[in-house]
Design a binder for this molecule. Structure first.
Ligand code: PMP
Length: 441
């Protein structure tokens, strides 16, 4: 096996930037990206044979830990029966039924119908087309710093890799498309009211991350999502609740489930029109979905006039991974994720405080991150104003000690149920040196 440096040099000759997704290039933290060859439980192993405790978790899917036995077995069994049929399968219905059962609180079923696609990008792209088709309106409202995948309409002031690379949008998006996306600050109901006051009759939908986690974590303020949906409804617009990242990760029914069950205060009693899911729903395989009100979902082809399709949609191997993951993700798993998130976020905060590093703990359910700021950021402008330069030395000190963090301060940290005491201890041991490094620059 070669070194990470060798693989990166070679990759750059045949892959743009050496990566197939920009954040992987370590652009904002510098250094050589680790080329991974295997993963098990809470650990990943690089091409040099070095093992790291993983706090990326494939950017969300690996809630059970990597290579979870029942998921791997489901995938192997499905693969042995054929990789792709391009026809309907019983498994697709089973997965849709599982989601229907889960994304409900009491009698309130929030996902009456579900369509499977292959990526979160496809799910949100289809959801906005569906909203436009259903309302006959053109405009879309999104929030600065929220990331919904890389379709043209959704790249304006987006988080995730665009935040990391400080890109306000993307070249190649036509001015006409960009003009149809209205971007407003997050957690600001006055801005929501203002955009509807000005453009109300032309707004098809507002799309929002259930809890923002692509500019680091920025939780919605009390009652924000509910009020947002109410304003949209008063104006005849739909609410698209993007749970690609939060869905089945922060709880069995995602972030909406936490609000509906009053785990998050002041959220109960409302329902989005459409949801998007990804990541956990595919258990690490390429699978995502959009779902919600049956009357809207039934406007998709073949029943309705809004077209969407996919050669690999509902792929049987991916569906098997999704079913096995959701079946294994029980109450004990979510309790474990919450406990690990509590322990780690408190320990990182204590280590930074011990070095006098100004920071806030950003938390939404079991998702967390840290902002190098005096007060908790509530929107993208606040997030961008932090002392982001402190993250690179912190990140590298952790990496040197065998802990793999997201290579950007504008991303959430992802724990798994496999983060046992041994894995957590390794992280805790690495913290004092990393906090010193963050204090130094
Ligand atoms: N929406 C959200 C909230 C996401 O976090 C992401 C991916 N990080 C996406 C959409 C896009 O999903 P994908 O990368 O599968 O296209």
């Amino acid at each position: 096996m070669g070194t990470n440096e060798h693989y990166f040099t070679r990759a750059k000759l045949s892959i743009p930037g050496g990566v197939n997704s920009p954040v992987r290039a370590y652009g904002s933290v510098g250094g050589t990206p680790r080329f991974l060859v295997s993963a098990r439980g809470a650990y990943v192993t690089d091409a040099e044979g070095r093992e790291y405790v993983d706090l990326v978790s494939s950017w969300g899917p690996a809630i059970l830990g990597h290579a979870y036995p029942s998921v791997v077995k489901a995938v192997q069994d499905a693969a042995a029966k054929g990789l792709s049929f391009g026809a309907s399968t019983p498994g697709e219905t089973e997965l849709a039924e599982l989601v229907r059962e889960r994304v409900r609180v009491g009698d309130q079923c929030a996902v009456e119908k579900l369509r499977l696609v292959s990526t979160g990008t496809e799910a949100t792209m289809t959801a906005i087309r569906l909203a436009r088709g259903a309302t006959g309106r053109d405009l879309l409202v999104k929030f600065a710093g929220h990331y919904h995948g890389h379709s043209d309409a959704l790249l304006a002031e987006a988080g995730s890799g665009l935040a990391t690379l400080a890109m306000p949008g993307s070249a190649g998006v036509t001015a006409a498309t960009a003009a149809q996306t209205l971007v407003i600050p997050y957690n600001d109901l006055a801005a929501v009211r203002a955009v509807f006051a000005e453009h109300g009759p032309n707004i098809a939908a507002v799309i929002v991350e259930a809890a923002a986690a692509n500019m680091g974590v920025v939780a919605p303020e009390r009652g924000f999502n509910r009020a947002l949906a109410a304003i949209a409804r008063e104006n005849g617009a739909l609410t698209i609740f993007d749970e690609v990242l939060t869905g089945f990760r922060v709880g069995p029914a995602g972030w909406w489930g936490l609000e509906a069950a009053r785990v998050v205060p002041d959220g109960a009693g409302w329902q989005p029109d459409l949801f998007t899911f990804g990541k956990v729903i595919g258990g690490g395989m390429p699978l995502a979905a959009l779902g919600g009100r049956a009357d809207i979902m039934d406007r998709l082809a073949p029943l309705g006039p809004v077209y969407q399709a996919g050669t690999l949609s509902g792929n049987p191997v991916a569906v098997a991974a999704g079913i096995a993951t959701l079946r294994a993700a029980d109450a004990a798993v979510y309790a474990k994720l919450d406990a690990v998130a509590d322990r780690l976020s408190a320990a990182v905060s204590a280590a930074l405080a011990a070095q006098g590093v100004e920071h806030t703990v950003q938390r939404a359910g079991n998702l967390f991150s840290f902002a190098f700021a005096a007060t908790a950021p509530r929107n993208y402008a606040d997030v961008k104003a932090q002392q982001a330069f402190r993250y690179a030395p912190f990140f590298h000190a952790m990496l040197d000690a065998g802990v793999s963090l997201p290579p950007s301060v504008f991303e959430a940290w992802f724990v798994s149920a496999a983060h046992d005491d041994a894995a957590v201890s390794r992280i805790l041991d690495a913290l004092p040196a990393a906090a010193r490094a963050a204090a130094a620059p």
